[in-house]
Design a protein around this ligand. Structure first.
Ligand SMILES: [Zn+2]
Length: 337
């Protein structure tokens, strides 16, 4: 099934269109919505004192089955206020988040951080109190500023109408972190939270959140979940994500607790599948390019069945986005040698 991309929507993920003809058609996933914001129930998971993850109720049972999960998040209760990690796609889910926060603290939400410019990580910023300071990757802010309506159309295409996406409005971030820079905020009592812009790991808008004192890592979309999920490289970048996913994986201590973008809480070992898949894809596509395969021949040759472990979105992501992005980047790199 294919759907015409609204002309403006196409502009957002401009690099996405590298392989698409002028009359662009965006390959749709096998199910729309990918997950249903009208049905998601968010639950609270205490990781450490004052450190919480917010996880869809279905994630415990469904992550390992390869069923796509809604956005995860969390919050840290500091001395003066709360730092919220992610706001959700719609008001319905935002209200659930606030209820979970209020079940453990009455402190104000001093900060909110979005790890992506995709709507499921930032669209309900507008519902936060005016006093909340919003933190994003610098590109994320700029892209949202320029392309909010286009990103909204894209989210509607994948996550469906009448879920509350239509009602969201743009609210700009207050603090931005440029590429290859970090920021630390001291929330008191030894809780120093670090925001890491490591460069493109899924998209140029990625931001990682690291709480060193508790060894908790919020990974966002870059690490969707543990096995069998694979990355969503539909912004069209491959070689830079390949480096940065490995870099962030190596950065984590073995006993880190990982809150992935869309799955149950896991460990460093739990996100290794993503790194392994990307490394194998790189090797396989390099081989194909060395043999002068076309993109179509590469798709035929690089099915990577060993990584196709019943993730519902495997074929959609692997053949439409991840493999073509790898092919484009690797071919370009070879040509400049
Ligand atoms: Zn997401």
């Amino acid at each position: 099934m294919k759907q015409h991309v609204p002309a403006l929507a196409a502009a957002i993920f401009s690099t996405l269109l590298f392989s698409l003809p002028a009359r662009a058609q965006f390959p749709l996933p096998p199910q729309i919505p990918i997950w249903d914001a009208n049905k998601v129930e968010l639950t609270l998971h205490k990781i450490r004192t004052d450190v919480y993850a917010i996880i869809p109720a279905t994630a415990a049972a469904e992550t390992a089955k390869g069923i796509p999960q809604a956005t995860t998040g969390g919050f840290i209760v500091g001395e003066k206020g709360v730092l919220l990690i992610e706001v959700m796609l719609t008001k319905r889910l935002f209200d659930q988040q606030i209820k979970l926060i209020r079940s453990v603290t009455s402190k104000p939400i001093s900060y909110a951080v979005n790890t992506s410019d995709h709507g499921d990580h930032c669209f309900t910023n507008y519902l936060l109190p005016a006093s909340t300071i919003i933190i994003q990757n610098e590109f994320a802010k700029e892209n949202l500023e320029k392309n909010y309506e286009n990103i909204k159309q894209f989210m509607l295409m994948l996550f469906g109408k009448n879920r509350g996406i239509e009602a969201t409005t743009f609210r700009p971030a207050d603090i931005v972190i440029p590429k290859n820079q970090n920021l630390k905020i001291d929330l008191g009592k030894g809780k120093v939270v670090e925001f890491i812009n490591a460069g493109i790991a899924q998209s140029p808008a990625d931001l990682f959140v690291w709480l060193a004192s508790s060894k908790v890592f919020w990974a966002g979309n870059s690490f969707i979940s543990e096995k069998p999920a694979i990355p969503w490289l539909f912004d069209g970048y491959f070689l830079e994500p390949a480096i940065n996913l490995k870099k962030m994986y190596d950065f984590l201590p073995d006993d880190a607790i990982v809150v992935p973008g869309h799955g149950r809480i896991t460990t460093k070992a739990g996100i290794k599948f993503t790194v392994d898949y990307v490394e194998a894809l790189k090797r396989n596509v390099e081989d194909a390019v060395d043999k002068s395969f076309t993109l179509e021949q590469t798709k035929e040759a690089v099915k990577m069945n060993e990584f196709n472990q019943h993730y519902i979105l495997f074929d959609w992501l692997h053949f439409n986005f991840n493999l073509p992005a790898a092919y484009k980047d690797i071919k370009a790199a070879r040509n400049t040698k």
